[in-house]
Write a protein that binds this ligand. Structure first.
Ligand SMILES: NC(=O)C1=CN([C@@H]2O[C@H](COP(=O)(O)OP(=O)(O)OC[C@H]3O[C@@H](n4cnc5c(N)ncnc54)[C@H](O)[C@@H]3O)[C@@H](O)[C@H]2O)C=CC1
Ligand code: BAL
Length: 501
């Protein structure tokens, strides 16, 4: 089993760390055909960790051919469901056994706090793979109630070769969300991690192979979006692409699909998520701790981050007092490899500069800075921005309108329920929302009125593995991650109509 999380265990694991820096294609680690590599950096120090294979269209094509061969041969797509299930369960076991190593790779490459990686991200990845594995032999197909004299079957078949193009903010967890249902339903997969965070993903590919996922079924190609990512989007023999990332690049995948083979596209994109606090809430301590988690979990580099706090005027001052007190006592920014830290580094220098420029814009637009607002720990060479809260935000304020993907919370007030709903929905996004009220009628009315894929009531979160995750409006398109609904998305539905004699 994986070891406990202590400074000693982390240091010992780092001493023995090996990087899987090549592409994983057809059951083997291989360099990019061009021989090109790129640097991957530790955002907490600004230093290079290692070089990775820079895959491009040629590598994607080789991987797709291997994936198609495996699919047609049926080594996975037609494997007995119980056997496929057992292999995926072994894969989940191996993820758990190697939790510390995977958590360190994530913390080093993404700047995420190691305690989060170790206690949340990697266990969630294992759990997702295991949960989808267990669904394999529990979901039935259908016989439809049609005329006598006919036997009408509706069956699900794997769609074929699936591309998965992933973001840097939850590298392993997003592998789980895409790979779990895609593999469970018998597909072959071409997976491209974000350029900034490939090391946990290449290691996961190795663990999947060790667990028994046959050669060619899972291929991992590190590389740039504009080369490897685009080649996946444009490839004529990929049947579906599952994408998580910015809305801007999500749009490109729709264009790639239209310009190539009309592959299906599932998009999980950005969010500008409201946290609405009604005046009847009694436990401001609990509200405050959730407001902070919503805004600053993963340094706010989270598509479901609750970056707009919409609070009733009568309780705003009391809530903000509690928020600031808990921020001071419960949130520690520092080295992501320190198990006590719960705020790490932002992903890269250019992203930090973007976040800081939003902060400057908010100051220039006259919002009231309550805390944070400047880069910290610069001497480390890393990209650290502390939790930053602006009061007196307006619907037209830039930090209210645009996704920042950093630790910046905008606070707005309202007087009536109608006003709160209008503010919550005043965005082109619709991924998530949280709502606080002790009144059942208010909860029903408002959760129905808020346009978002997930509304959490009296808590912040993303549901669990049983609940679908994805967005309304420009937050998403084509489907959902997690839950049994995700299985259907990676399948074609086939009708077989049998005229009986
Ligand atoms: N919804 C979410 O979870 C995420 C949202 N974002 C948003 O996107 C912003 C930019 O972050 P990025 O990592 O640059 O996200 P991105 O959307 O540019 O990248 C996501 C994935 O798409 C690939 N990609 C990039 N350009 C591509 C192209 N032209 N063709 C095909 N694939 C391409 C990337 O290599 C990566 O694997 C963030 O600041 C944030 O606002 C970023 C990551 C996750
Ligand atoms: N929070 C998990 C999904 C995402 O941020 O991409």
């Amino acid at each position: 089993m994986s070891r406990a999380l202590t400074p000693d265990s982390i240091a010992q694991q780092i001493e023995h760390l090996e990087y899987r820096n090549l592409a994983f294609i057809d059951g083997q680690f291989v360099p990019a055909r061009s021989g090109k590599t790129f640097d991957t950096l530790n955002p907490a120090t600004g230093k290079v960790i290692t070089q990775l294979a820079a895959c491009d269209a040629e590598d994607v094509d080789i991987a797709v051919k291997a994936a198609r061969r495996a699919f047609e041969a049926g080594v996975w797509s037609r494997m007995a469901p119980a056997e496929r299930k057992a292999i995926m369960q072994r894969f989940a076991d191996l993820i758990e056994e190697n939790c510390l190593e995977l958590a360190i790779l994530e913390a080093m490459e993404a700047g995420k706090p190691i305690s989060e990686c170790f206690n949340v991200d990697i266990p969630d990845t294992a759990n997702t793979i295991r949960w989808h594995a267990e669904a394999i032999d529990k979901l039935n197909d259908a016989v439809t109630p049609t005329d006598s004299g006919v036997l009408s079957l509706v069956t699900r078949e794997p769609i074929g070769v699936v591309g998965a193009v992933l973001p840097w903010n939850f590298p392993a967890m997003m592998v789980g969300w895409k790979l779990g249902p895609a593999l469970a339903t018998g597909n072959s997969v071409i997976l491209k991690p974000a350029k900034l965070t490939s090391l946990s993903t290449t290691r996961l590919a190795e663990l999947a192979f060790k667990a028994g996922v046959p050669a060619g079924v899972l291929n991992v190609l590190p590389g740039m979006g504009s080369t490897a990512g685009k080649a996946i989007g444009m490839h004529p023999d990929i049947d579906l692409v599952g994408f998580t990332g910015s809305t801007e690049v999500g749009r490109m995948f729709l264009e790639y699909s239209a310009a190539s083979n009309l592959k299906e596209v599932l998009l999980e994109c950005g969010g500008k998520n409201p946290q609405v606090v009604m005046p009847d809430v009694s436990d401001l301590k609990t509200v405050a701790s959730n407001v902070l988690a919503a805004a600053f979990w993963n340094m706010g580099e989270n598509c479901s981050a609750g970056s707009r706090l919409i609070v009733h005027r009568s309780i705003k001052d009391a809530l903000l007092e509690e928020v600031l007190a808990q921020l001071a006592s419960d949130w520690k920014l520092g080295d992501p490899l320190d198990p006590q830290v719960n705020l790490g580094a932002l992903i890269e220098e250019s992203h930090m500069k973007k976040v800081l420029s939003y902060i400057e814009t908010a100051k220039n637009e006259g919002l009231t800075l309550l805390i944070g607002g400047e880069r910290v720990r610069e001497e480390s060479g890393g990209y650290f921005v502390p939790p930053t809260i602006f009061d007196d935000a307006m619907p037209e304020s830039t930090i209210v309108r645009e996704e920042i993907f950093g630790p910046v919370l905008a606070v707005m007030t309202f007087d009536t329920e109608e006003e709160a709903i209008a503010l919550a929905n005043d965005t082109c996004y619709g991924l998530a929302a949280s709502l606080w009220s002790n009144d059942l009628n208010t909860v029903h009315r408002m959760s129905a009125a808020i346009r978002a894929g997930t509304v959490t009531v009296n808590c912040f979160g993303e549901g669990d593995i049983t609940t679908p995750f994805g967005g309304f409006k420009q937050s998403g398109f084509g489907g959902r991650d997690k839950s049994v609904y995700a299985h259907d998305q990676y399948c074609e539905l086939k009708t077989t109509w049998i005229q009986l004699g």
